[in-house]
Design a protein around this ligand. Structure first.
Ligand code: GTP
Ligand code: MG
Length: 384
């Protein structure tokens, strides 16, 4: 087992170095932000220290296997071609014709070219033990950020049709930034948060309420329709009590209309909903009936950035019938690659309103600019 520490300016830089030195089998054990040593380091920007490990035997085995296979193909290819050429040579010497000699020469040229190509491949493989033959540096970078295949294709084709002669890296930033739409919306009237179980809806409502009531000094009301989970009501009631803001539990659709009416003097009413499985159409329809009563176009789909790529589409489309207008992405502090932000936004085709970055109420919520989000997506920044 090889364990190695890397100091880098970004996670992407660290991953690229780790993959280059330790190979794709390497795993990241830990990461932390540190300052450079010495007095000057105290004033310097924090850098990232990433610890990675790899089972070295496995890596060598894979590499040796690959090299041996290519060498075998190379040798067999040469032998086959040689035997074909020797029969051709015999033919030509029998007939003594100029035409046959030129065929032999052409075949030799083709063979030499092919051997050169294969040698090139072999060299590449030896220099590139994680076997990304055929992939561009840009593609590897995007894959390292955990962007999904479709998003990567979209980015690369957008870069390909750009005709100016800027560096690919610059074009990449522009393309990604254009794909990220930010809009925090107007948090007025009724604001509804929907999303799968446990993504942080209630905590995010408490953060928004705290920010608006305590910092912006607005009059806020809280409503929950989450009477499904034991303790859900108490969770929000506790925040409402601490912040001294009105709070109502809604059980029926009629209650919903009444609760909104009663809070008519509030600048904003934040409505918490039950976490639902996006695959359960019944549950989603039930939720829709409540939300329709609210009559708002301030509906935010809350989704965690730790959601698996394959599940993102299912969640986004499962909730589509609730006609959400914005996306809130939570738990940015729980991951070290942020490609899922772009995967989610591309799938939802809605702007991002807020991100949340921890469990602390009310501070761990912010609206980030598309430049800041681009840096995260491309691995040039992290949230610790
Ligand atoms: N690390 C981290 N944890 C968070 C964040 N937001 C919420 N959590 C935690 O996630 C857990 C679930 O949060 P809730 O707010 O209860 O999630 P929910 O979506 O309301 O859950 P249900 O009502 O059960 O669907 C809690 O432990 C929160 O403290 C965040 O940004 N970062
Ligand atoms: Mg909740």
């Amino acid at each position: 087992m090889i364990v190695k520490k890397y100091k880098a300016n970004s996670m992407n830089e660290a991953i690229t170095r780790i993959k280059y030195e330790l190979g794709s089998e390497a795993v990241i054990i830990s990461q932390r932000k540190i300052r450079k040593k010495g007095i000057l380091g105290f004033f310097s920007k924090k850098i990232l220290e990433v610890t990675a490990a790899v089972d070295n035997r496995k890596k060598e085995d894979n590499m040796n296997y690959g090299i041996k296979t290519i060498k075998r193909i190379l040798n067999n290819g040469i032998r086959n071609e040689e035997s074909e050429n020797s029969s051709l040579k015999q033919n030509s010497s029998m007939t003594g014709g100029v035409y046959e000699d030129s065929i032999v020469e052409k075949n030799n040229d083709a063979l030499v070219k092919e051997v050169h190509q294969m040698k090139g491949m072999l060299d590449k493989m030896m220099n590139n033990p994680y076997g990304n033959i055929g992939k561009s540096e840009l593609q590897v970078k995007l894959e390292n950020s955990d962007l999904n295949e479709n998003v990567i294709k979209k980015i690369l084709s957008s870069i390909n049709i750009m005709e100016d002669d800027r560096k690919d890296e610059e074009k990449l930033k522009e393309v990604v930034q254009n794909m990220i739409k930010v809009d925090s919306g107007k948090l007025s009237r009724a604001v509804v948060l929907i999303g799968p179980t446990g993504v942080g809806k209630t905590t995010t409502i408490a953060k928004l309420a705290g920010r608006m009531a305590l910092i912006e000094k607005k009059k806020i009301g809280l409503i929950t329709i989450d009477t499904y989970r034991i303790g859900a009501v108490e969770q929000l009631r506790t925040y409402a009590d601490i912040m001294n803001i009105p709070f109502k539990v809604v059980l029926t659709m009629k209650d919903m209309e009444k609760a909104i009416e009663d809070m008519g003097d509030c600048d904003a009413i934040l409505i918490d909903t039950t976490g639902r499985n996006s695959k359960n159409k019944m549950q989603i329809s039930e939720l829709r009936a409540f939300i329709d009563k609210v009559k708002t176009d301030n509906i935010h789909l809350v989704i965690s950035c730790t959601t698996k790529n394959r599940d993102i589409d299912a969640i986004v489309s499962g909730y589509r019938q609730l006609k959400y207008n914005y996306v809130i992405i939570t738990k940015l502090d729980e991951t070290c690659t942020y490609g899922s932000i772009l995967n989610i936004l591309q799938s939802a085709k809605k702007p991002i309103s807020f991100v949340t970055t921890g469990q602390n109420v009310p501070e761990d919520i912010k609206s980030m600019s598309s430049e800041e989000l681009t840096k995260l997506v491309l691995g040039e920044d992290i949230i610790c």
